[in-house]
Ligand binder design. Structure first.
Ligand SMILES: *Cc1c(COP(=O)(O)O)cnc(C)c1O
Length: 232
């Protein structure tokens, strides 16, 4: 499957998001389709943009920067969705619009210090490790309130919400269980005075369940682009 199929894939995903949104009584405008474009070429990103996708998620810094450089003529919104090491925050703060997956204050502090005063604040989501899986990043639910409070005070970043990579589940009711847990965390932070508006959750295999539980950003890779080319 090459970029020539992208318009159909984009439409089919938009239709499925719309159906899930309707079932949940939500407006489709409240849900952003983020194309997870790691391992995809700049040409594939350009084709997705031509099909109306505006938000793209990159997991590897250099690969993302290279794509931005060759797509600088397009008005795209770039999200860093990979694991971010402290020594790589500066280029991320300079080039990206969003960073999902924040789970340490130190990273958020560096991004805030390094974000230019001439750019809008960098949008951040905190990653929650809902099931305590050791192979995945993210903080525990008990650590969340303190980190959210600290990040919300940083000047050059804007805490937007929460992100998760839940355990692999095939049953829709199980998928919804984890997404509902993340939504409840957002609700309780907001009840405690937060003003968070973003739930970054749902991927190719579970985005409808995520929309039913309140996702505002779904991150879709393979269902859009097809299987990822062999990673380098
Ligand atoms: C790759 C990736 C996705 C997309 O995964 P698919 O299953 O291919 O849709 C979403 N989120 C993150 C953080 C990713 O790294």
């Amino acid at each position: 499957m090459g970029p020539q199929n992208l318009p159909e894939h984009v439409q089919s995903i938009r239709d499925r998001i719309a159906a899930a949104a309707a079932a949940a009584g939500r407006s489709v405008e409240s849900i952003t389709l983020l194309a997870a474009s790691k391992d995809q070429s700049a040409e594939s990103v350009r084709a997705a943009a031509a099909a109306g996708v505006r938000d793209f998620g990159e997991s590897y810094l250099q690969e993302g920067l290279d794509k931005m450089a060759s797509l600088g003529d397009l008005p795209l919104v770039w999200h860093f969705i990979g694991r971010l090491q402290a020594n790589k925050t500066r280029p991320v703060a300079a080039a990206f619009d969003w960073v999902h997956g924040i789970d340490r204050l130190r990273i958020a502090e560096r991004l805030s210090q390094q974000r230019s005063a001439h750019s809008p604040p960098l949008n951040l989501c905190l990653q929650v490790n809902l099931a305590g899986e050791p192979t995945k990043g993210g903080l525990s639910m008990s650590e969340l309130p303190a980190l959210a409070q600290a990040v919300a005070k940083l000047p050059r970043v804007r805490l937007r919400g929460l992100m998760c990579l839940p355990p692999d589940e095939t049953e829709p009711t199980r998928q919804r269980y984890w997404f509902a847990a993340l939504r409840r965390q957002l609700e309780s932070l907001n009840a405690a005075g937060g003003c968070l508006d973003t739930l970054s959750m749902g991927m190719s295999g579970d985005f409808e369940a995520a929309v039913l539980e309140g996702a505002t950003i779904v991150r879709i890779g393979t269902a859009l682009f097809g299987p990822r080319p062999q990673a380098k």
